[in-house]
Design a protein around this ligand. Sequence first.
Ligand SMILES: [Mn+2]
Length: 403
Amino acid sequence: MTSGRPLTFLQSSDWHLGSALTGGGLSFTPEVRAARRDEVDAAAERAVAAAASCGAEALLVPGDLWDAENVPPATIHRLLEAFASFAPRPVFVAPGNHDFAGPGGYYDPTLLSALGMRPWPENVVVFRGPEWAAVPFPGRDDVAVVGRAFLSSAAVVERPLAPPPPRPSTPHALLLLHGSLESYAGPDSPRGTKRTAPFSANEVAGAGFSWVALGHHHHDQVVSDEEGRPCGAYAGCPTGRGLDEAGPRFFLRVTLPAGGSPPVVEKIPADTRVVRDLAVDVSELDAGPLAEKVEATFRDAGVEAPDLVRVTLTGTQAFGARPADILRPLALRVRHLAVRDQTEPPAPDPEPRSAEGRFTTDLLAVRAGAADDAQRRVADLALRLGRDALLGRPIRPPEAEDR
Ligand SMILES: [Mn+2]
C-alpha cells in the first residue's frame, strides 16, 4: 500500500524537565543554575512552538519527558499546558525510563485529579502499557502509530525489536521506541547503566516502519538502512544541561513523502544557548597572548554571547602563575564561563651547579612536602619570584588573593 499524501511531524524527546542541574561540570552559579533550570523546563513549550511554526501535523515524544518521579506538579502543569496549546493536532508520548508510567505517577490520571491538577489534554496519546499498542492518527486514516511504555526505571535487557512489533498496514506507520541503539556514537554511550532495551541499526531498518522515533540517548543521530535511506533517529535532548550535553541541540522535522520515497529529515535549532567544552594549550603564554589565544579559540568554536562555556587551560605556565585570573574579562562575553586550570609548572632546570638550579630543587622539595593547597601556592610563589630574582627578571608579585 503506497501513500497518496505526505506526512510531516516534529520529533523531540529527553527533555528531563525538573532536572536539578547540580552536576555537569560547568560550576554554575546559583543564579545561572536557576535560569537554566527554567530553560530546561521550557522544552515542551519550545517544541510545541517549533512544531506549530514548521507545519508539523503531530509531535512525537519517545520518552524521558521529565527527570524523576519527584519533579514538582508545577513542572508537569507547564508541560500539559504546552501540549494542550498544540490541539487539535496530536502529541504521541512513549514514556521512558525516567518518566516511567507506573501507578501513582504523573501519567496516572487518578494522581492528577488527586492533586487537583488539570488532566492530560485530549490531543495527547500516551502509550501507558508495557506491551506494544497501535493507535490511529486523528484525521489521517493513512497513518498509524505504535508505542509502549517503561513501567519502571530498571534497565531492560530484552531486545524490543527481536522480534519487532507488527507493522500496521497503513501507508505511513510510525514507531516510538525508547532504548539504546548499539551503534549510537554520542558521549552518553550505550554501556553500563545507560544501556537499556538494546537494538541494532539493522533491527530498526528491518522493523519495516516508515519512521522509528528514538528516545533515550541525548545527541542527535540518524539511523539509515543499508541503502543509506533514513529510517529513524534520536533527536537528542533539546536543552544542554552539562558538559556531556555540549554542542548544538535540535528538534527533528521529519517528512514522509507520498509514494514511499525516503524520509526527509531536517534539524531545527532547539535552544538559544549552546554548552561548550573547550581546551586551550597556553604553554609559556603571558597575559596578553594567553587571552588572545583563548579568544581565538572562542571565535573558531563559534562561541556566542548566550553560551555556557567551560575552558580548560593546559600546557605549562610559570610556577605560581594564575592564568585563570587573566580570563576574568572574558566571562562578561558569555552567559557563563567556568575556567579549569590544568596547567603545570615547567620541568625544573636540570643544572644543579647554578644557584638557580639548587634553589629550584630545594623549593620543589618544599612544594612536594606542602601540607595543603595554601602551602603549595606559597611555595609556587616563592619559586616563581625567587627564580625571577636569580635570573635577573623583573619581579612582579601577584595581586592579593580574593579569598
Ligand atoms: Mn534521557
